[in-house]
Design a protein. Structure first.
Ligand code: NAP
Length: 292
């Protein structure tokens, strides 16, 4: 496993983390899958109050060395008191005294960012959270959020990024590099599309490159992401087999030539993702739909 510094925190986390959206309720096999990841070098778990998986994460980490826990507050809870309450509920479900990375899930223009960030800083002061992150924020929104903080700094932006959704490369990836933030790549397997042969030419290239290193196409796709200095990938996997395969994406180094080949084959996916284009509207829409 490769470990990378989170933002400028001097704290290292595994370059491959565990995503937990749509993992569903607690079952023995899902607990086993998460624990298999933890036993094989993964020490970063991503969840969110809206996913309904914080209790599953809590169960999986019970009586074990605590991994780095990242969770998120939903935009409808961005008012001062609601942030505090949401965090306390997350802590209970997770069964931990402290959240390592607390992220604003989507921007919410209807609540002043100063109010939200003031609550986030209180949580830091009280030791309930360690670091503040954001998700689905554009560079100008990260700047605004940072300005609203008095003592802390935003350490990461979690955005959609994969070989088939490369819109992050236009603005947010260079921004994160320049400002020293980690980019946490969500849906790194294209929310399944990269494992389902939806793009045969890309699948073929992943296979070809994988054969050179004795790795699977999934491992090559994830390795492409983490080959970038400040990028961490958080694939979601329901089984032990998938988790172990994903963890194995972080122990080989591709040549520059192979990375260039992947960039070339996936060049047509450089346009912005739908989420990135309609981000601000999505945040309002999702308030009602509660799908993430
Ligand atoms: P993803 O990780 O790109 O893809 C998940 C799919 O890939 C699942 O169907 C999974 O199957 C499959 N998979 C994983 N490892 C595999 C393997 N080794 N072989 C074959 N199939 C494999 O999609 P995602 O869930 O959208 O994104 C990952 C995480 O990012 C989420 O869980 C969540 O934590 C985060 N996320 C954040 C946001 C946000 O707004 N911040 C939005 C979306 C996602 P199985 O389940 O059958 O293993």
């Amino acid at each position: 496993m490769i470990y990378k510094e989170l933002g400028k925190t001097k704290e290292k986390v595994s370059a491959i983390g565990l995503g937990t959206w749509q993992l569903g309720e607690i079952t023995e096999s899902k607990v086993d899958a998460i624990r298999a990841g933890l036993d094989n070098g993964i020490d970063f778990i991503d969840t969110a109050e809206i996913y309904g998986t914080e209790d599953l994460v809590g169960e999986a980490i019970k009586n074990r060395k605590k991994p780095f826990i990242a969770t998120k507050v939903w935009p409808s809870n961005f008012k001062y008191d609601s942030v505090i309450k949401a965090c306390e509920s997350s802590l209970k479900r997770l069964g931990v005294p402290q959240i390592d990375l607390y992220q604003l899930h989507w921007p919410n223009k209807s609540i002043p960012i100063k109010e939200t960030m003031s609550a986030m800083e209180r949580l830091v002061e009280e030791g309930k959270i360690r670091y503040i992150g954001v998700s689905n924020f554009r560079p100008e929104e990260v700047d605004e959020a940072n300005k609203a903080l008095k003592k802390s700094e935003i350490v990461s932006d979690q955005v959609e990024y994969s070989l088939i959704v490369r819109g992050a490369e236009k603005k947010i990836l260079p921004y994160c590099k320049k400002k020293g933030l980690s980019l946490i790549a969500y849906s790194p397997l294209g929310h399944k599309k990269l494992v389902s042969n939806k793009h045969p030419e890309l699948t073929e290239t992943l296979k070809e490159i994988g054969e050179k290193y004795g790795r699977s196409p999934v491992q090559v796709a994830l390795n492409w992401l983490i080959s970038m200095d400040n990028v961490i990938a958080i694939p979601k996997a329901s089984s032990k087999e998938h988790v172990l395969e994903d963890a194995g994406a972080a122990d080989f180094v591709m040549t520059k030539g192979d990375i260039a080949k992947l960039n070339e084959v996936s060049a047509k996916f450089q346009s912005k993702s739908l989420y990135q284009m309609v981000g601000p509207l999505v945040s309002v829409y999702l308030k009602f739909k509660r799908i993430f």
